[in-house]
Design a protein around this ligand. Structure first.
Ligand SMILES: O=P(O)(O)OC[C@H]1O[C@](O)(CO)[C@@H](O)[C@@H]1O
Length: 534
């Protein structure tokens, strides 16, 4: 394994000043041969410096992935630090069969899905109503994996919305819930408390606030609450009727959970049939991931491109740039999926990682990002691999000219990043403006684009529930492949625990109490804030 990393590093250094464009000169079919497709979703990775040798070495690196992938789908306890299976894929394979510890888990999955379908249908058609009539608004209260997935997807699939309005509250900042609830009628609002553990302080605080708000208008607030949780005892204590509690097993990780009960708000918004199309897209990607050979396997290729850029080339961040305004929350969703999964420093066996783990993920939809941070991407000193996404068709046929411009911008950016603008070209531009001598040189230098900056482009026909399912599953498996290659556990998240524990100890300081063991800076800040507040 180490040997392949060394060989990759040697090869990268042997590439020297190689320009990506030169790879197209060497291989006239590069655009096609460096495109990988799965059920109509196409990834073009030709605008990277991955040449034939790098590709072969990366594929060698991926050889151990197949065994771990098969173990995951078989229900083995591959999440070793939490001693759990990893089976979110079962939630989208409703006809499938998978056993954990000798027990077929699918009857329960199917039963819960059927209950979700029934409840969502009744919320949508008025069979389940609020104390003031048909449900007009649904508020999903959750955070992290209990928020980001459904919030991202609800926005992405807004053309499919034909149910009640859905809103998402996640932040413990009271501004979030206050701003959301102020426009709603408690008597026609359904509140869904989404929390796997039903202990997360942000979610439980927001849920209690929502219950108080509801109590100002209706006699039985709990009757307009539903819960999505693995902790059924706690949901009962909270007074939520078991009929409206949708559970899932510990083998569904929070950030992988939108396919099951955590997707209820999405199902209510777009309807159970469209939600099942979303599941079908995820299942199609699973089938592809399990069966396609590594060199034509979309998640494996996407992961290897990521490894090439971060672990081999040393680029510290990765920009996700969907040219689709409705995918505005995708970068935030992927931040949790990728960084909570692969932001680790210890290998599965407890030893220190000797290679860097996952990169920083960030991004914004195009074209807005172009007018904000693309300056740095094009001319800054850091190289930022960009992941563009674009649909051939938009959802507004009467605005087709907008969509053409959107596509043109997307393609132009990846071209500009790769080709850049040479000093000679910049000088010619300045000459045409009448400049000469030292001033011409000075002005020209500011207009040089170094180019040779890598990007990938994911192309879809249109952003439908099926395609969104493919994209989410693609990224889940990409994270899996990267984690398997790095030898880390992508399914735990111990790194978020310490801050949670300390928040509970800091809280008394803000009320003038004393809890031992804080550093002087934290004590001082707490005191300062207390004074400013009073
Ligand atoms: O669904 P819960 O239990 O409220 O947890 C919410 C989120 O908190 C985390 O545990 C840590 O941020 C995430 O992994 C999870 O998605």
């Amino acid at each position: 394994m180490t040997n392949i990393w060394d060989r990759l590093a040697e090869h990268r250094s042997a590439q020297g000043a190689l320009r990506i464009e030169a790879l197209f000169d060497a291989d006239p079919n590069r655009a096609e041969s460096c495109s990988t497709a799965a059920d109509g979703l196409v990834l073009d990775w030709s605008k990277t410096a991955i040449d034939a040798k790098a590709r072969d070495l990366l594929l060698e690196l991926a050889q151990p992935v197949a065994a771990r992938r098969d173990a995951m789908f078989a229900g083995d306890r591959i999440n070793e630090t939490e001693d759990r299976a990893v089976l979110h894929t079962a939630l989208r394979n409703l006809q499938g069969s998978v056993t954990v510890d000798g027990r077929d888990v699918m009857p329960d999955v199917r039963e819960t899905h059927a209950r979700m379908r029934d409840f969502a249908t009744r919320v949508r058609n008025g069979g389940f109503a609020g104390q003031g009539g048909k449900i007009t608004d649904v508020v999903n209260i959750g955070i992290g994996g209990s928020d980001l997935g459904p919030a991202m997807a609800a926005r992405a699939l807004s053309p499919w919305h034909d149910g009640p309005r859905v809103h998402f509250v996640s932040n413990v900042d009271g501004a979030d819930i206050a701003d959301t609830l102020k426009a709603l009628d408690p008597a026609t609002t359904l509140v869904i408390v989404a929390s796997k553990t039903f202990t997360t302080i942000e979610t439980m605080t927001n849920a209690a606030t929502a219950r108080d708000w509801m109590a100002t208008s209706v006699t039985t607030p709990a009757a307009q609450f539903a819960a999505l949780s693995s902790a059924q005892g706690k949901t009962a204590q909270w007074g939520i009727d078991a009929d409206r509690v949708f559970g899932f097993e510990d083998w569904v990780g929070g950030r992988y959970s939108m396919w099951g009960p955590i997707g209820l708000s999405l199902m209510i918004a777009i309807g159970p049939d469209a939600f099942e199309d979303f599941l079908a897209g995820g299942l199609a990607m699973d089938t592809h991931f399990r069966n396609a050979p590594a060199d034509r396997n979309l998640p494996i290729i996407l992961a290897l491109v990521g490894i090439w850029h971060h672990q081999v080339c040393g680029y510290g961040t990765r920009a996700v740039l969907p040219y689709d305004n409705r995918l505005a929350r995708l970068p935030a969703y992927l931040q949790q999926l990728e960084m909570e999964s692969n932001g680790k420093r210890v290998a599965m066996d407890g030893s220190d990682l000797t290679i860097p783990s996952g990169p920083v993920i960030w991004g914004e939809p195009g074209t807005n990002g172009q007018h904000a941070f693309y300056q740095l991407i094009h001319q800054g000193t850091a190289i930022i691999p960009c992941e563009f996404m674009i649909a051939a068709r938009g959802h507004e046929p009467h605005l087709a000219h907008h969509h053409l411009l959107l596509i043109a911008n997307c393609l132009a950016q990846s071209e500009a990043l790769m080709r850049g603008r040479s000093l000679d070209e910049a000088r010619a531009l300045m000459q045409a403006k009448g400049l000469a001598g030292a001033e011409l040189d000075r002005q020209a230098r500011h207009r040089v684009f170094p180019g040779n900056r890598p990007s990938t482009t994911l192309v879809m026909q249109e952003l439908s529930p099926f395609v969104l399912g493919q994209i989410v599953a693609l990224y889940e498996h990409r994270v899996f492949v990267e984690g398997a290659i790095l030898g880390i556990n992508s399914f735990d998240q111990w790194g978020v625990e310490l801050g949670k524990e300390l928040a509970l100890k800091v809280a008394p300081l803000l009320d003038g109490g004393a809890t031992p063991g804080h550093d002087p800076s934290t004590e001082h800040l707490a005191q300062l804030i207390r004074q400013m507040r009073d």
